[in-house]
Design a protein around this ligand. Structure first.
Ligand code: NAP
Ligand code: MG
Length: 402
């Protein structure tokens, strides 16, 4: 069979530790035999980030703006321990944070569902995608302790003049105070990213805040979403047979639990942080969560939601057999191939992405899987064969039908 040709490269971002090996094995076993792979390659491994003073991360993000599609391996976000382990010049920032800031994107996280791995909420038969606003609120706050007898005020200075709003008078007890912000620009691009993603994936978009309590802050989120939806999306949503739906966060939680999944839940920064971990766990495994960053211009970067799986890496270095789950990393690649194929009208590339995803799911449903899934897999009449990572990839390749 002739290999599938690509007309435009995908931006490839290599990473760290166990996932760095998995990355190369996926290319060796699932990609190179089928695709004449063209990538614009950046090594985001910690050593290379240190060597280039993190310029390589900035360059890779700019390359995504140029080519439109990127795929990223998990990377180490350095902490004090990594400073000595890698003898770093500086505690470099999270690459994901850097890329997100350059692309100004929204992160969408969705689980991969397979038969035999039953969500903790068994009625969740379709995936729930969490869209997290990745800017501002408590992640960019200022806060302080306040001593008894003190006070805290919010001072606003804009074209309407300078005014002071009392936050609290701490006459009876000392305490704490916090100030936080967001911008119309960031909320607007969040709204567009969510509403575009709904159209792209033909799913309803739910949005929730606490606007009954936060009558200006949260209410502004609600208003901006509504304005953008009515002005730019309403007709296209009707034509596509999908809905935009706003509700209070408490009501949303209750509805999500009772739902069957199959929609996008847009969340403010903190809500998205918390809810994405809850949703990932409820669907069974972090190793089955995909993550895609979408910019307001429609540039996309695909990755797995998990990290570099450090514990497995050290076992692997000691020569022990490791059974690390490659599924989310495979789906990051197939997501990128599908998007590339759609943008370039390359039907073969789209069909290949679909085939690899089907093969991955089929391998698991036929009982072949890594250790993390073997612990939770239950399907009548199916024997579970726990594979190491490479053998699992080879098994998936056997199931590919093009
Ligand atoms: P992690 O790499 O996600 O792993 C945490 C644990 O989850 C693992 O020890 C493993 O549990 C399980 N796990 C995660 N992915 C798995 C997979 N594919 N297959 C099987 N089990 C899997 O998180 P971490 O250990 O907290 O972080 C490690 C490094 O990753 C850190 O340096 C962090 O900065 C980085 N990180 C990067 C990203 C990213 O690039 N997007 C995201 C998160 C973390 P068991 O040990 O019980 O088997
Ligand atoms: Mg979190």
């Amino acid at each position: 069979m002739a290999k599938i040709k690509m007309t435009t490269p995908i931006v490839e971002m290599q990473g760290d530790e166990m996932t760095r090996y998995i990355w190369d094995w996926i290319k060796e076993i699932l990609i190179n035999p089928y695709v004449d792979l063209r990538t614009d390659f950046y090594d985001l491994g910690l050593g290379e980030r240190d060597k280039t003073d993190d310029q390589v991360t900035v360059e890779s993000a700019n390359a995504i703006k140029k080519y439109g599609v990127g795929v990223k391996c998990a990377t180490i976000t350095p902490n004090a321990g990594r400073m000595t382990e890698y003898n770093l010049k500086q505690m470099w920032k999270s690459p994901n944070g850097t890329i997100r800031a350059i692309l100004d994107g929204t992160v969408f996280r969705a689980p991969i569902l397979v038969e035999g791995i039953i969500p903790y909420i068994p009625t969740w038969t379709a995936p729930i995608t969490i869209a997290r606003h990745a800017y501002g609120d408590i992640y960019k706050n200022v806060e302080s302790k306040v001593a008894k007898g003190g006070s805290a005020k919010l001072v606003i200075d804009d074209e309407n003049g300078k005014r002071e709003i009392e936050i609290f008078d701490y006459a009876k007890s000392g305490g704490i105070a916090m100030g936080m912000h967001n911008t119309d620009e960031s909320i607007t691009s969040f709204a567009r990213a969510c509403l575009n993603y709904g159209l792209d994936t033909k799913q309803d978009v739910w949005f929730s805040t606490k606007d009954t309590i936060s009558k200006i802050y949260d209410h502004t989120f609600k208003d901006i979403f509504e304005e953008i939806f009515n002005a730019e999306y309403k007709e296209r949503y009707e034509a596509a047979g999908i809905e935009y739906f706003y509700t209070l966060i408490d009501d949303a939680v209750a509805r999500v639990i009772r739902s069957n999944g199959g929609f996008i839940w847009a969340c403010k920064n903190y809500d998205g942080d918390v809810m994405s971990d809850m949703v990932a766990t409820a669907y069974g495994s972090l190793a089955m969560m995909t993550s895609v960053l979408v910019s307001p211009e429609g540039h996309v970067e695909y990755e797995a939601a998990h990290g570099t799986v450090t514990r497995h890496y050290y076992k692997y270095l000691k020569g022990e057999d490791t059974s690390t789950n490659p599924i989310a990393t495979i789906f990051a690649w197939t997501g990128a191939f599908r998007k590339r194929g759609q943008m370039d009208s390359n039907i073969e590339l789209v069909a290949y992405a679909d085939a690899v995803e089907r093969a991955s799911i089929k391998a698991i449903e036929n009982g072949y899987m890594t250790g993390d899934l073997a612990m939770i897999f239950k399907k009548e009449g199916t024997n579970v064969v726990k594979c190491n990572t490479r053998d699992f990839l080879i098994k998936i390749a056997e199931y590919i039908e093009l």
